[in-house]
Design a protein around this ligand. Structure first.
Ligand code: FCB
Length: 450
């Protein structure tokens, strides 16, 4: 395996895999778990591919031991997972012991296998009891989130040393309240902007509580960052790219890392919402509290051009040629990962980075020889790891890489139609099978300097 020689990260670099609660756990009605807005959304006809839901998913709630053994076989040093809020807080101020017990069992098993847990506090499964009160549009959700996080810190803080407050606020606000593709499925830009603000505020609130409680680990946030390229050099296309960058990236990066929303975007949102309706004194100071790291989820870039009357941003998006696209239609473009990391390193105050998600969906099937030969995924992973390595080799502060995902799972609106796993899941039998990419990843990890 010649190419392995070229993948060479510094000792101590974290190689992990990532999942999230609603996408894998199933057991949606078990042991007192209450519904989340994703249960409501996925059970609403027409919202997900094929009407798929997370009711059973990968049944990880019952099969976590087997799944952790697979991780150990692959040799990962860390596992990024998320806590299901509706399993733990079944109503305001009511903590479910059974919910906590499940995660204690998961942690027991991870630690037995020497796999360091990396916990995401919120990966989108908002309890329905909070959604009923307005969800993230309601500022009270900030306090409820802080209370939930505090329960987690108290219960698990001695065993978890890497905490991610939120996964991809862009998705849980703009995609969910503005574009309507994720729960709760609203189409309202006022709601979307207000929700984004409250999500960021709840992040800041949680960082404060973590510090005040004297916790010993690292805390940060994960953003999905999509580098934007202008299709042509024409001024209108370049302006469109700047706008799209503001929308996807700067709206989140700037307040968290620099304590201010970008002016051009405030201007863009002004017809929908006035800042004094939702930003209060002290909010930006809270949102920009110092972090220990920034998590970056990277999948693809976007190439844009100006197109009038196409909604908020007036943009059109180029489709990549088929041979360069994954099953999601996302272009495979590893160079943008390298430039993104460079940009974070040079344009923002220096902060250790983790790649908290990177991976690809392909239409995998079990071949007659009983294997899944996912060579395209291996190609994708290898190129992106090389891009990450280039950044690290040039002195960039990159501490780890979490591959999305361990298992084929519930891919939100796409249901079970998109397979991101390095472990194949047969959803009718729940049988797991390491794909060729899992064997490849194991070799990559095993060949690193100790
Ligand atoms: C990210 C999500 C993750 C998964 C991947 C493919 O946006 O964080 O849950 O759906 O995309």
């Amino acid at each position: 395996m010649d190419h392995l020689k070229t993948l060479n990260f510094p000792p101590g670099f974290t190689f992990g895999v990532a999942t999230s609660s609603y996408q894998i756990e199933g057991a949606a009605f078990k042991d007192g778990r209450v519904p989340s807005h994703w249960d409501t959304f996925s059970h609403t006809p027409g919202k997900t591919h094929n009407g798929d839901t997370g009711d059973v998913a990968c049944d990880h709630y019952h099969r976590y031991r087997e799944d952790i053994e697979l991780m150990a076989q692959i040799g990962v040093s860390s596992y990024r997972f998320s806590f299901a809020w509706p399993r733990i807080m079944t109503e305001a101020n009511k903590v479910s012991q059974k919910g906590l017990d499940f995660y204690q069992r998961v942690l027991d098993s991870l630690l037995e296998h020497n796999i360091a847990p990396a916990a995401t506090i919120y990966h989108w499964d908002l309890p329905q009891w909070l959604a009923d009160r307005g969800g993230w549009v309601n500022r009270d959700t900030v306090g409820y989130f802080g209370d939930f996080a505090e329960v987690l810190f108290k219960t698990f803080g001695d065993r978890i040393h890497l905490w991610i407050t939120h996964n991809e606020p862009w998705c849980s606000s703009f995609l969910s309240y503005g574009l309507g593709e994720h729960a709760p499925g609203h189409h309202d830009w006022r709601e979307a902007v207000v929700a984004a603000h409250h999500i960021l505020l709840s992040h800041g609130e949680t960082v404060l509580r973590y510090r005040d409680m004297g916790m010993k680990g690292d805390i940060g946030i994960t953003l999905n960052l999509t580098p934007v390229y202008a299709k042509t050099d024409r001024e209108e296309d370049r302006e469109t790219a700047t706008r799209a960058d503001g929308f996807s990236n700067r709206w989140f990066l700037d307040p968290i890392l620099q304590g201010a929303y970008p002016d051009d975007m405030l201007e863009l949102f002004r017809p929908y919402v006035k800042t004094d309706e939702f930003i209060r004194d002290g909010d930006l100071a809270a949102i920009s509290r110092p972090l220990d790291f920034l998590g970056v989820n990277y999948y693809t870039r976007s190439v844009v051009f100006q197109q009038a009357h196409t909604g908020l941003l007036n943009l059109g998006q180029d489709e990549p040629p088929m041979h360069k696209a994954t099953a999601m239609g996302w272009e495979v473009y590893p160079d943008a990962l390298y430039s993104l990391l460079r940009r974070l390193h040079t344009q923002y105050p220096p902060l250790p980075l983790y790649i908290t998600e990177n991976g690809a969906a392909y239409p995998d099937a079990i071949a007659p020889d009983g294997m899944v030969h996912d060579t395209q995924r291996i190609g994708y992973l290898e190129q992106h790891l090389l891009a990450a390595q280039r950044f690290a080799a040039e002195g960039g502060l990159l501490k780890g890489y979490y591959l999305w995902s361990l298992l084929d799972n519930f891919e939100w609106g796409y249901g079970y139609s998109k397979r991101f796993g390095i472990v194949h899941v047969d959803f009718s039998t729940q049988k797991r099978l390491l794909k060729e990419s899992a064997h490849w990843y194991r070799n990559v990890i095993a060949s690193q300097p100790k």
